[in-house]
Design a protein around this ligand. Structure first.
Ligand code: OAD
Length: 265
């Protein structure tokens, strides 16, 4: 199926490719979705490759999201993550998140299996109602003690001192995966198995460049699954997938899921 623009000027008109993907969704029994920052962009959470705003405009996230940066300057790194954490807590799930939660319910109510792999750390999928979520890069809402590894689910608000003191001594760091760190082993194992066993794999709102997350679609393809991309822009996988739907996930996903599962459809 050819890549096809789904982003009609009125944001409503579906592309012919969407009809095909909707029928794949209807017939799939083991679905894996991987999401990236693009899915949360319509909840006003900036993507990683967007320029940072306000106070943080002169920083580059690649220099803040590392263990070395935290050892060197824990105060600045903690302040930046607390700024992002606050943005995540203030944000609301958008129609793309809500459509993915519905997709999970529809697939499971037909006896199928659904796994949502996410690189997002904002917890918006869970807040939208998604249940089988694998957090590949951790999450920013929980922080953890650098000494004991124990997690703190709720930080004090507002935080008065940075870095944030741990109740067990030492300091807290965000429970996210930084550049140069390994992904959580259990998350990678679950994601690998699900990708190898799925019959439909959708890559949504991710630039598809950061490994190992970028490799799951290749596992799915190698296992014979159909592959779909939903993205506002072209990415390295656009030419490789079976269908590339170009446009905003908050517009395309609700249309797709409605088309696949409405009683009229
Ligand atoms: P990126 O910021 O790399 O990519 C976001 C993607 O979403 C881009 O391809 C955009 O074109 C697309 N996009 C933007 N708005 C969209 C919308 N409304 N609908 C659909 N697509 C949209 O974010 P990720 O791919 O999530 O890692 O980045 C993956 C990882 O790279 C992050 O988890 C982070 C970063 O390095 C770490 O922090 C370790």
């Amino acid at each position: 199926m050819d890549p096809s623009s789904s982003d009609a000027p009125d944001g409503l008109a579906p592309s012919p490719a969407e009809a095909g993907v909707a029928s794949w969704l209807r017939s799939a029994t083991r679905v894996v979705v991987i999401t990236g920052a693009g899915v949360s962009a319509e909840s006003s959470i900036p993507t990683y490759r967007d320029k940072m705003e306000g106070l943080w405009a002169s920083f580059d996230f690649r220099t803040l999201a590392t263990p070395e940066a935290f050892s060197r300057d824990p105060e600045t790194v903690s302040r930046w993550y607390d700024f992002r954490r606050t943005k995540c807590l203030e944000a609301e799930p958008n129609p793309g998140h809500i459509a993915l939660a519905r997709l999970e319910r529809e697939i499971e109510s037909r006896g199928g299996r659904f796994t949502l792999l996410t690189q997002n750390v904002d917890r918006l999928h869970q807040r939208a109602g998604s249940r089988h979520v694998v957090e590949l890069h951790g999450n920013i809402i929980e922080w953890r003690c650098t000494t004991t590894g124990r997690r703190v689910a709720e930080l004090p608000a507002p935080i008065l001192e940075f870095p944030v003191a741990s109740p067990w001594g030492g300091v807290l760091r965000p429970n996210v995966v930084w550049f140069g760190e390994s992904l959580p082993e259990d998350a990678v194992a679950t994601a690998t198995r699900a990708s190898q066993e799925c019959d439909l794999f959708l890559s949504i709102g991710t630039s598809a460049v950061v490994y190992p997350a970028a490799g799951f679609i290749q596992l799915a393809r190698a296992a014979g699954a159909r592959t779909v991309e939903v993205n506002r822009d072209a990415t390295p996988i656009s030419g490789v997938v079976d269908a590339a739907l170009v446009g905003r996930s908050g517009q395309i996903l609700p249309r797709l899921v409605e088309r696949a599962f409405s009683s009229k459809g």
